[in-house]
Design a protein around this ligand. Structure first.
Ligand code: 3PG
Ligand code: CO
Length: 555
């Protein structure tokens, strides 16, 4: 039968304190002025790099190596932390939705059948991120779903769009809205009453995460459900064009708007008898809305009206909470993660980040599972993030506080693994503010230094890595790698993640002599890190894990 018991590693001892540090959005790229990690002063990370090739190497953090559909897909935190924690590569939401749409199975599933019951008399509402970023959602999936839903009987459809500018270039939203409008016009020609009903920028409207700021979700609720917003327009194209005329306007932060008819009435509030689909496949920024749409008891904000709807998520966003209870595509089943194995083998674990990335080192790391495996063995600490700001104004974020918590956890000797996520290079990189991102990278490096010093004091081991690239390249490039210019001759700022590999560094006084990176896993990816960490805790990884990155030479 199945057992959680891990075999002892033949050469490596148990009982070392290991710091596992994930720098969010910290990739490796050519040194140049748009590489904020290169420009920033980062002595701690620089010194780790000098350990190459035996103690420092690169691993893949994008595309198929992390379960995404193609190698043109940039990495992201969900799939990156899933791979780091689970030690295996699972086909991720993006891919599973592609398959379900291509085969048509999506229309045979429980979730679609459930919402279909409302098609005769109610409206189908689709809410989600409108871009081809492929991190939370994809426009082509929405297009297929619209077509499929209408072929399966949806007669009245309303789309509630969230503009991106974060996983794609700022300013691209108009194009995505126009594409969607074209599709909706074609549906109207076929007799389907289909329109965009509301919208707003993803960071202002709906897509908060980890309960950082419920006002964001409330603004979305007001527009989508109640049909109320400070801005009213006759069309979404007009809305986005007008709202972008404001100084410093940005797709990520567009205010909420509703589309109204000739009489000024909102065209698509959500009412009793309607069906709703949230079409993002990624969980973190949909869970809060899912709670608002699904929970009878809800006190996070005043919903004013709680319509009786049939609601399905594109995926189920939280397997523990079973939220939402209906969904179109089953999520990846990420089982037997390294975290779960390790606690069952006596490894006491501490995990910490600030709110905006807290779920990354816990929920995503643990295979999209919330809560503890064995509470008496684990402690997860969330440091409240600043809310209501864009992180370029506070680029140091809570890096120091996270490092102090990690340091204290290490020095307390109460834990065998102390795991943190340092969000700076990612969260500030997403703002596209190069100066601020440089400050952010230095802040993350300072935090690394503090954690490495603590590891030194306790004779421990460190594993320093990242989940995907971001701050190492802040400019959109052509195929030759040259920066792209916009119409006005300015460089096009890259707010998104990248396709770059990320570093893995090992070391510390507790690292047994003879431990080094193997040379025979040149294509290693993030999923290989889990077995590596298990080895350093003194265990062999389960047989079906991706191979460890290290071996031990006798000397
Ligand atoms: C976000 O949700 O902020 C971005 O779309 C992706 O960033 P993350 O994958 O680093 O969280
Ligand atoms: Co990011």
């Amino acid at each position: 039968g199945f057992s959680w018991k891990l075999n002892d590693h033949p050469k490596l001892p148990k009982g070392k304190i290991i710091a596992v540090v994930v720098l969010d959005g910290w990739g490796e790229a050519n040194p140049n002025q748009y590489n904020c990690i290169h420009v920033a002063e980062t002595p701690a990370m620089d010194s780790l790099k000098k350990g190459a090739p035996e103690k420092w190497r690169l691993v893949k953090a994008h595309g198929k190596a992390v379960g995404l559909p193609t190698d043109d897909d940039m990495g992201n935190s969900e799939v990156g932390h899933n791979a780091l924690g689970a030690g295996r590569i699972f086909a991720q939401g993006a891919k599973l939705v592609d398959l379900a749409l291509a085969s048509g199975k999506i229309y045979e599933g429980e979730g679609f059948k459930y919402i279909k019951e409302s098609f005769e008399t109610g409206t189908l509402h689709l809410i989600g991120l409108l871009s081809d970023g492929g991190v939370h959602s994809r426009l082509d999936q929405l297009q297929l779903l619209l077509k499929g839903a209408s072929e399966h009987g949806a007669k009245r459809i309303r789309v509630h769009v969230l503009t991106d500018g974060r996983d794609v270039l700022d300013g691209t939203s108009i194009g995505f809205v126009e594409t969607l409008e074209n599709d909706l016009a074609k549906l109207r020609e076929k007799g389907v009453d289909a329109q965009i009903a509301s919208g707003g920028g993803r960071m202002q409207v709906t897509m908060d995460r980890y309960e950082n700021d419920w006002d964001v979700v409330k603004r979305g609720w007001d527009a989508q459900v109640l049909g109320e917003a400070p801005h009213k327009f006759r069309s979404a194209v007009e809305a986005v064009k007008k709202l972008r005329e404001a100084p410093n306007a940005n797709d990520q932060y567009l205010p909420p708007f509703v589309i109204v008819d000739d009489n000024g009435k909102p065209v698509g509030p959500i009412v009793d008898g309607d069906a709703v689909v949230t079409f993002n496949f990624r969980a973190d920024r949909m869970v809060m809305l899912a709670k608002a749409l699904e929970y009878e008891d809800f006190d996070k904000f005043d919903r004013v009206r709680f319509p009786k709807i049939r609601y399905s998520g594109m995926l189920q966003y939280d397997g523990e909470l079973k939220l939402p209870s209906h969904y179109l595509v089953s999520p990846p089943e990420i089982d037997r993660t390294s975290g779960e194995y390790l606690v069952h083998n006596g490894v006491r674990t501490f995990a910490c980040s600030e709110t905006v990335k807290f779920g990354h080192v816990t929920f995503f790391w643990n295979g999209n599972r919330s809560g503890y495996f064995k509470q008496e063995m684990e402690e997860y600490v969330e440091i409240p993030s600043d809310s209501g700001i864009t992180f370029n104004v506070q680029p140091k974020m809570k890096a120091l506080e996270i490092a102090e918590k990690a340091r204290d956890a290490i020095l307390s000797r109460k834990f065998d693994q102390v795991r943190v996520n340092l969000p700076n290079s990612d969260m500030v990189g997403h703002t596209g503010d190069i100066e601020a991102t440089i400050v952010a990278c230095k802040a993350a490096d300072d935090a690394v230094k503090m954690i490495l010093d603590a590891i030194d004091q306790v004779g421990g081991i460190y594993v320093v890595t990242a989940d995907h690239g971001n701050a190492e390249d802040m400019v959109k490039r052509n195929k030759k790698g040259e920066p792209l210019l916009d119409k006005n001759g300015n460089i096009q700022i890259l707010t998104s993640h990248t396709l770059q590999p990320v570093p893995v560094a090992i070391g510390g006084p507790g690292l047994a002599p003879g431990v080094r990176f193997r040379k025979d896993v040149p294509d290693g990816g993030l999923a290989n890190v889990a077995a590596t960490v298990m080895n350093l805790h003194g265990f062999e990884a389960p047989a079906d894990y991706e191979p460890t990155l290290i071996d031990v030479v006798d000397n």
